[in-house]
Design a protein around this ligand. Structure first.
Ligand SMILES: Nc1ncnc2c1ncn2[C@@H]1O[C@H](COP(=O)(O)OP(=O)(O)OP(=O)(O)O)[C@@H](O)[C@H]1O
Ligand SMILES: [Mg+2]
Length: 352
């Protein structure tokens, strides 16, 4: 809590957002500070961390609040549909363009446009977006007339854009234009101090929505939830509290109302994309004769860790074209450590 000029206490928490631990307090402070300006904001953070809530708060707290807030999910549309969605088109621009259509940038005039999942935008569209950021102008698809707009751009990504730049999927010039004010939403596992207030908030919300009494939440349930890793962050917590509140038949929210992996009784489910990599690695270990069914868990762990480490070193060395100083900075390790690892893994041919 801070104290306003009139002596009244001013809560820094943003409307609709729960959690007053240090990590989130920084997010709230930064959001309030930049909301007043027209600066482009880049919201970064894992899925379910609250990027959309912050985007809406940036609009609501800005001088543009009475203007429109337009959200576009750049990951949900193909390149050509997204282009026409954002910039509009004129009749006849393509086969199905039967009418003139204004795009979302024009709809956001005087307000805020929220470009969600910006990392999914194609390279070609990124060029057009760069121009909007630099000149506030563009042409509708199939038109030669230039349209000028006044809208504030807020973008969000749940991927590290620096990795996307390395993989040639994201333009570096666009990244610097978007990244005027970055706001990083920390994952829930790094703010376990917020779990209790989030649980109480969601329990009240879903009890009210289902006409149930607000359940009591014992401290061992809170501790259990604080120990879980929350790969889906606040969205995942919200879903499990809704489920537990609906299934609860007594006045207390008990442990058995949560799935086994949340209670630490089963492995955390890994998304298919991630588990594919681990399964592939295990079968590779078996093929290489490095792993057998009866292997000691510790051995398997060490083998997998070295295999992953070698792969990471290889990728980073390649990205840095073998320059060890650059690779060490990227990996966050010192140059001597990197040198030793290069020798251990016989990666000399990849390193300069
Ligand atoms: N601090 C918070 N307090 C209350 N609810 C929250 C908070 N953070 C997130 N939520 C809720 O969690 C859900 C996910 O939040 P949001 O959609 O903003 O996440 P996101 O970062 O945009 O996720 P994604 O990358 O998957 O789009 C929403 O229902 C939102 O209301
Ligand atoms: Mg979102």
């Amino acid at each position: 809590m801070s104290t306003g000029g009139n002596g009244k206490s001013v809560s820094p928490v943003l409307e609709g957002m729960i959690g007053s631990g240090t990590a989130m307090t920084d997010v709230y402070r930064l959001t309030r500070q930049v909301a007043a300006t027209s600066a482009t904001v880049l919201l970064m953070g894992e899925t379910g961390t609250g990027k959309e809530l912050v985007a809406r708060a940036l609009h609501e707290l800005s001088p543009r609040a009475s203007g429109p807030f337009i959200r576009v999910n750049c990951g949900a549309l193909s390149e050509s549909l997204l282009e026409s969605e954002l910039f509009g088109h004129v009749k006849g621009a393509f086969t199905s363009a039967h009418e003139n259509r204004t795009g979302r940038f024009e709809a956001a005039h005087g307000g805020t446009i929220f470009l969600d999942e910006i990392n999914s935008m194609s390279y070609t569209l990124q060029v057009k977006l760069l121009r909007v950021l630099q000149e506030q102008e563009f042409e509708r698809v199939g038109d030669t007339k230039t349209v000028r707009v006044d809208c504030r751009i807020v973008a969000a990504t749940n991927r590290d854009l620096l990795d996307e730049i390395d993989a040639d999927r994201f333009r570096e010039d666009l990244y610097y234009r978007l990244n005027v004010v970055p706001i990083y939403l920390p994952p829930l596992r790094d703010r376990s101090e917020d779990i209790e207030s989030l649980v109480i908030f969601f329990a009240k919300k879903y009890a009210a929505a289902n006409g149930r009494p607000i359940p009591r939440i014992p401290s061992d349930v809170i501790s259990m939830l604080q120990a879980y890793s929350w790969p889906g962050n606040v969205r995942e917590l919200q879903n499990y509290i809704e489920r537990a509140t609906v299934l609860c038949t007594s006045e207390t929210l008990t442990m058995d109302l949560f799935p086994p992996h949340v209670r630490g009784l089963a492995p955390v489910r890994i998304s298919r994309a991630k588990s594919g990599g681990i399964q592939k690695m295990c079968s590779e270990l078996v093929t290489l004769g490095l792993m057998e069914a009866g292997d000691d868990a510790q051995d398997i762990h060490e083998k997998i860790v070295s295999l992953v480490e070698k792969e990471v070193l290889l990728q980073v060395l390649r990205t840095c074209q073998g320059t060890q100083t650059k690779a060490a900075v990227r990996l966050g390790i010192n140059r001597n450590t990197l040198h030793k690892k290069i020798e251990d893994y016989s990666l000399q041919s990849e390193a300069r």
